[in-house]
Design a protein around this ligand. Sequence first.
Ligand code: PGA
Length: 244
Amino acid sequence: MSKIIAANWKMNMTYSEIDDFFYFFKNNDDFKEDRKIYIAPPFVYIDYVKKKIKNLEFNIKIGAQNCYFEDKGAFTGEISVSMLKDIKVNFVIVGHSERRNIFNENDELLNKKVKKVLESNLECIFCIGEKLEERQKGDTFKVLEDQLKKGLDGISKFDNLIIAYEPVWAIGTGVNASGEQIEEAHTFIKEFLNKNVANNLPILYGGSVKPENISEILNTKNVDGVLVGGASLIAEKFYKIING
Ligand code: PGA
């Protein structure tokens, strides 16, 4: 089965850094065929990245890191899913732990966003994951189940849903979850999805993915790909991850 390699650039990159990034890929484009590449730049660079990838020999899906669920109106600072459709993005990341924890996005709001993205026929990468103290208390599965139940409540169309398991303690820390921890969480999520949601939805792992650990992670049972933050900003590292 093919693997999804998704980049979340977060609040990083400038025009010249984006130029350098894609300059590298002009000369380095021999990818394993079964890789599906996704990149989520900051909103303001989406259009520029779309222009950049037009000249490449391989396909990259472009997405947004966030959205709002209303179509338009008095919502200062927000970007709607219909606007994202209008500029032809392919996917939206919803529920990243930074949105949940820094911007206080709760399950109810995230549920509306997931619903809107899926109803709009865009792909949705819905992120879930436990904090360190929740893992230490033995609550990991409870947290994952709760986030899945609440986030997917009342939704009936799941064709474009991708789940990303991102333990909060592994994000941006350099310490990835172990193969055993990843397999255990992914197997739990897969069983929950197969029973309550839909069969065979892809499940990505995220949290300190880098060239050094990519092959172990991609070879872990029930891992269908990765969501990469820091290491996706450096073209050479991202290239190694794609081919990992
Ligand atoms: P990281 O971030 O790869 O820098 O740990 C992952 C993520 O936040 O999706």
